[in-house]
Write a protein that binds this ligand. Structure first.
Ligand code: SF4
Length: 367
């Protein structure tokens, strides 16, 4: 039987694994990206390629070493390189002598038949349509449980009394959700996970800063690619709210634009009325919405050479000035180190704290 793997993005692999196994597939869980993953990706990818392409190349090579022979991934539309990833990876792997099969899911709202055909290809158990829908619903519920738990960890971490307890408990409760199989088990595991996080000893949170995280989808969703920035911020006493989770992204791309999506697009319109590919326009729209909600700062994270985020980076100084909100940008590549990032995050946190205390600072605060 063929062995499937897929791109790793945060903790969502737990739901994908369950879904693919339910359909009768043998699954190779992609390993968490490490230095070796990145080294492999950098060695075999074009130098100019964006960071996600390199990390995924390394991930696929490691999964192939573990026996994978089929990659299930997404395509994409719009003016950016994401739509070419699957093709490029396939060609690069072939050039290295790996005879790999690719199953590429395009956005179902634009290519519904591609979705049906791919699901049929993956349906090794010949499950009925009703059965497939039930599997997808259960997988979706698991992704929701994982996202909700992660969101709460971002709120609890900056308030914890004992440094590191949130991360420790978060890792434990992920296993509870992972082991849950039926919908009832998933809901129960989610409730228990949220309760375990809420019951951690916390201070009153008076000093906690709130930061909105915006940017490109892969570096937002995979903590290894952004050097666990959200955890570092939490440990500095900063509550983060990430503008993108897999559940939100899937809702926006599966059927039609959600109200949330339209709100973001409308907010961005005076500064960036055009789609520039990737999530460049969302970066602007979400920055404005966070500013209106009274957040203390914005952090934009993006792969080095990511065109949509470079476009939004050039607009952010004006947004920062108009809405009086500090913005810090990180362009990530294989040279980015955790120590340097932590230093910049500490400086940014100091700046936001001073600004919050004085309630004075006017003008653009771009770091
Ligand atoms: S959004 Fe940016 S990083 Fe992602 S594929 Fe497009 S250019 Fe590359």
């Amino acid at each position: 039987m063929s062995k499937l793997t897929f791109p790793r993005m945060g903790e969502s692999w737990r739901a994908f694994k369950m879904l693919l196994e339910d359909l009768g597939n043998d699954v190779v869980v992609p390993p968490r990206p490490s230095k070796r993953t990145l080294d492999l990706g950098v060695r075999y990818s074009p130098e100019f390629a964006c960071l996600p392409l390199k990390i995924l190349m390394g991930t696929y090579l490691e999964a192939i070493e573990m026996g994978a022979d089929t990659i299930v991934t997404t395509g994409g539309v719009g003016p950016c390189r994401a739509g070419e990833y699957a093709l490029l990876h396939h060609k690069m792997l072939k050039d290295l002598g790996h005879d790999i099969k690719m199953v590429v899911f395009e956005p179902p709202r634009i290519y519904p038949f591609n979705f049906i055909k791919n699901v049929w290809t993956l349906n090794k158990n010949h499950t009925s349509v009703r059965g497939i829908i039930a599997h997808i619903k259960r997988g979706w519920r698991k992704v929701q449980a994982l996202d909700n738990t992660e969101k709460l960890s971002h709120i609890i971490r900056p308030r914890e009394l004992s440094r590191g307890t949130t991360t420790k408990v978060y890792q434990q409760v992920l296993e509870w959700i992972d082991c849950a199989y039926t919908t009832k088990q998933i809901i129960d595991a989610e409730s228990a996970a949220l309760e375990a996080l809420r019951s951690l000893p916390q201070h009153n949170g008076q000093d906690v800063l709130r930061v909105g995280i915006v940017g490109e989808i892969y570096v937002l969703l995979e903590p290894a690619s952004n050097l666990e920035m959200e955890e570092t911020l939490g440990n500095l006493g900063v509550e983060v709210e990430r503008s993108m989770f897999l559940t939100g992204w899937t809702r926006d791309n599966t059927w039609k634009d959600t109200t949330e999506r339209k709100t973001v697009t409308e907010a961005a319109a005076p500064y960036l009325p055009e789609l520039v590919g990737g999530h460049g326009r969302d970066t602007i729209g979400n920055t404005i919405l966070y500013a209106k909600r009274g957040f203390d700062g914005i952090i934009q994270i993006a792969p080095f050479t990511c065109i949509p985020e470079i476009v939004s980076r050039t607009i952010l100084p004006r947004v920062s000035r108009d809405y009086d909100i500090p913005v810090l940008t990180f362009f990530l590549d294989e040279q980015t180190g955790k120590a340097g990032m932590s230093t910049r995050l500490e400086a940014f946190t100091d700046l936001m704290r001073r600004k919050k205390r004085s309630k004075l600072g006017q003008g653009s605060l771009i770091v």
